[in-house]
Design a protein around this ligand. Structure first.
Ligand SMILES: *[C@@H]1O[C@H](CO)[C@@H](O)[C@H](O)[C@H]1NC(C)=O
Ligand SMILES: *[C@@H]1O[C@H](CO)[C@@H](O)[C@H](O)[C@H]1NC(C)=O
Ligand SMILES: *[C@@H]1O[C@H](CO)[C@@H](O)[C@H](O)[C@H]1NC(C)=O
Length: 270
């Protein structure tokens, strides 16, 4: 097997290329087929009767009304309206004029958590702190996928790992010294990277339980381009509340959107 630094470099190169590709695309303004009206405090997206086959991109999070009636939308993802926190009216009448509508589940879990399962301290932290925080505390429940709890016994390891990464919005890597040396980390990192290549989806969230990989280029690049997806467990217990909030945000937020923002800022302040 090639040394780990080789994989990191490969990953870094691919990630940078894709990053630039996705940034390039974001310069081209998206054409949103809807008319938008703003009156008083309401922002209305009129997307009805436009023969749309899918829910259009570019519905801004401040939208208060969204009209999608009389279109040809057959599939609506469970996550389709996520982030539209101001919405008060959603019109889906005859959203598929010619037939049924399927509610699809793109992601079963919000996050798959991969960590050193052999280290009892880390396991304990994941099950009793991280899991409790994400699944039992906070305003929104974020279901996570855990190897010990959610994997089907008897399924080959690599299949389960691949499945978990594909069925989760994000993959959280709980990084410790022993874990970053392990083959499991390399494999999981490779599979998560594969989603970037195949689907242009950046699903990686790095959670440094210990200060590891401090000299890695990959970590440095990630911090610069997508800083919100790199989190460090705070030494000060008072900062833990903030940490959990940041982790929730990192799970919910779209990493791509963050690069775009960053680049927009970069190019408009030049
Ligand atoms: C704007 O809001 C005010 C007060 O909430 C209301 O009286 C008025 O009718 C609204 N105007 C429109 C055009 O909706
Ligand atoms: C709604 O949000 C978009 C994007 O964030 C922004 O460009 C627009 O000005 C906002 N509209 C209003 C009326 O606040
Ligand atoms: C809708 O979802 C079904 C499965 O749930 C899939 O077979 C089909 O290709 C999807 N259609 C579109 C237009 O995405």
């Amino acid at each position: 097997m090639a040394p780990f630094s080789y994989w990191l470099k490969l990953w870094l190169i691919h990630a940078s290329i894709l990053l630039l590709a996705s940034v390039r695309q974001s310069w081209i303004p998206r054409t949103n087929p809807c008319d938008v009206t703003v009156k008083n405090n309401s922002i209305v997206f009129h997307c009805g009767k436009r023969s749309l086959k899918e829910i259009p991109d570019g519905i801004t999070s401040n939208a208060t009304e969204l009209e999608l009636q009389e279109n040809k939308i057959t599939n609506i993802s469970k996550d389709a309206f996520r982030g539209l926190s101001e919405l008060t009216i959603l019109n889906l009448n005859w959203v598929n004029k010619y037939g049924k509508v399927f509610i699809t589940e793109d992601n079963i879990y919000d996050a798959f958590v991969t960590f050193d399962t052999k280290d009892p301290l880390v396991s304990d932290w994941v099950h009793n702190q991280l899991r409790v925080q994400l699944e039992e505390c906070g305003e929104t429940v974020l279901p996570i996928c855990l190897e010990e709890r959610d994997w089907t016994p008897g399924t080959p390891f690599i299949d389960s790992l691949s499945h978990s990464i594909r069925q989760s919005r994000k993959t959280i890597f709980v990084l410790t010294e022993a874990y970053v040396q392990s083959g499991i980390f390399k494999m999981a990192a490779y599979l998560a990277h594969q989603r970037l290549l195949d689907e242009n989806m950046d699903v990686i969230v790095l959670l440094l339980l210990e200060p590891v990989l401090q000299h890695s280029q990959f970590l440095r690049l990630r911090r610069r381009l997508c800083g919100h997806s790199v989190l460090e467990w705070p030494k000060n217990p008072l900062a833990e509340h903030w940490f959990w909030q940041s982790l929730r945000n990192a799970i919910i937020m779209d990493n791509q959107a963050m690069y775009n923002k960053l680049y927009t800022r970069y190019f408009t302040t030049m």
